[in-house]
Ligand binder design. Structure first.
Ligand code: RFL
Ligand code: PHB
Length: 398
């Protein structure tokens, strides 16, 4: 088999890249380790920046998102028992964010790929990438056939690792060629998706002496809540009742009163990490999305960065095919990393501001409250937060 660009991973970054390249007439094959149903069971991101919304429109899959997604012009910060609204729309000159689940975005991209008859190979086992330091890279994988496992090979011009943090692509680059930066936080997020109306029409980010809490949503009837928990906690330790009880204790009196509980659809714990790989390219292998970087979810940046990485990469690959110029692919990593480090810094800062760090004690909590007090009372402070939250335009710094 042969293709122009072999994309490893059918998460949001792989699928969006496939659509962007297809629009320019570039042939792709996407290889995914899991089934499509499995990919769609992962409950993750919920907040899309305008650039991400625009990219969904650009590849023609924005209809359902515009119909079902919720446009939010602000969010609440809760500390010292009181809520304060950050008016994103006013502070950024008219920008908003879109609340639309990663699952739905992924489904829209999968459906579009299927409708265009493009090739996606699910349950691709034991995938390996080869010869990406030459002009003839290859991907090998195993397929479940009638006679058992069948070994397959794909020849291509480029391989793109959209295979997430635990993927095979980054790990295949010769040791020493990439530099990795990593910070692991001493807590995780326990997330719960619930069949219940959201407690508030916008998101609430809560700094409480008991730890961070986030009230998010997927629709008018489906809410998504998160609690900061110690890394040693297991999902089984948290009954639904214990979750609701702890959430109530971290909210303000009004939200506590308005909180409606409902059946749980999903509950899981995610560790928090900041991670960056430099550069995001080795020869004809490129890394994009979570394969290259991770942010703690507090700033809602992970999926948005994945989307902008693949937009930059698609432009560079299109330039390479159409104009026979490698300038774009040579600049890819640098162009992405500037944006990535900005989002990494913001996500780390917001995480540090909103969570309990046991080693910082009560004084740490007081410092956080003083900074939050400054942020909500200073136009400059509020604007800085809002600008970072809504995200950078695609052509920033150019
Ligand atoms: P993904 O989604 O991890 O997809 C990678 C795909 O690659 C496949 N794969 C392989 N395929 C073939 N062979 C192999 N050897 C393979 N190894 C892996 C995997 O099965 C998978 O299908 O990466 P991608 O596409 O880069 O997308 C990144 C986003 O998923 C991630 O950044 C976001 O979910 C982060 N995130 C958020 N981002 C936002 O922008 N806004 C948010 O509000 C937001 N909230 C969140 C989040 C992430 C969270 N968790 C669970 C970490 C909330 C949470 C709780
Ligand atoms: C979510 O809805 O899953 C979500 C929202 C905002 C965040 C992180 C996650 O910062």
């Amino acid at each position: 088999m042969r293709t122009q660009v072999a994309i490893i991973g059918a998460g949001p970054s792989g699928l969006l890249l496939g659509q962007l390249l297809n629009k320019a007439g570039i042939d792709t094959i996407i290889l995914e380790r899991q089934t499509s149903d499995h990919v769609l069971t992962r409950i993750r991101a919920g907040v899309l920046e305008q650039v991400c919304v625009d990219l969904m429109d650009e590849v023609g899959v924005g209809q359902r998102m515009h119909h079902e997604g919720l446009v939010h012009g602000g969010f609440d910060l809760l500390f010292k028992g009181q809520r304060h609204r950050i008016d994103l729309n006013r502070l950024t000159g008219g920008k908003n964010v879109m609340v639309y689940g990663q699952t739905e975005l992924t489904r829209d991209l999968m459906d579009a790929r299927k409708a265009s008859g493009l090739s996606t190979i699910y349950t691709a086992g034991n995938l390996t990438v080869h010869d990406f330091d030459s002009h003839q890279p290859r991907v090998r994988y195993e397929e479940d056939g009638v006679k058992g496992k069948k070994a397959n090979e794909i020849e291509c011009d480029f391989i793109v690792g959209c295979d997430g943090f635990h993927g095979v692509c980054r790990a295949s680059v010769p040791s020493g060629a990439l530099r990795e930066f990593e910070k692991i936080y001493p807590f995780g997020w326990l997330g719960m998706l619930s069949e219940s109306p959201p407690v508030h029409e916008e998101l609430i980010y809560a700094n409480s002496p008991r730890g961070f809490a986030l009230c998010s949503q997927r629709s008018q009837t489906r809410s998504r809540y998160y609690l900061q928990v110690p890394l040693t906690d297991k999902v089984q330790d948290w009954s639904d009742e214990a979750f609701w009880q702890e959430l109530r204790l971290r909210l303000d009196p009004k939200a506590r009163e308005q909180l409606v509980t409902g059946p749980t659809i999903e509950k899981s714990i995610a560790p928090l990490r900041s991670f960056v790989t430099e550069p995001m390219r080795f020869g004809r292998l490129f890394l994009a999305g979570d394969a290259a970087h991770i942010v703690p979810p507090t700033g809602a940046k992970g999926l948005n960065l994945a989307a902008t990485d693949v937009k930059y990469l698609s432009s560079a690959l299109i330039e390479c095919y159409e104009e026979k110029s490698e300038a774009g692919i040579d600049h890819y990593s640098e162009r992405c990393l500037r944006r990535i480090w900005r989002a990494e810094r913001f996500s780390w800062w917001l995480t540090s501001l909103m969570h309990r760090f046991p080693e910082n004690g009560e004084m740490g909590q007081k410092f956080q409250e003083a900074e939050l007090d400054y942020l909500i009372n200073s136009e400059a402070g509020s604007r800085s937060l809002a600008e970072n939250y809504v995200g950078l335009p695609l052509d920033f710094g150019e």
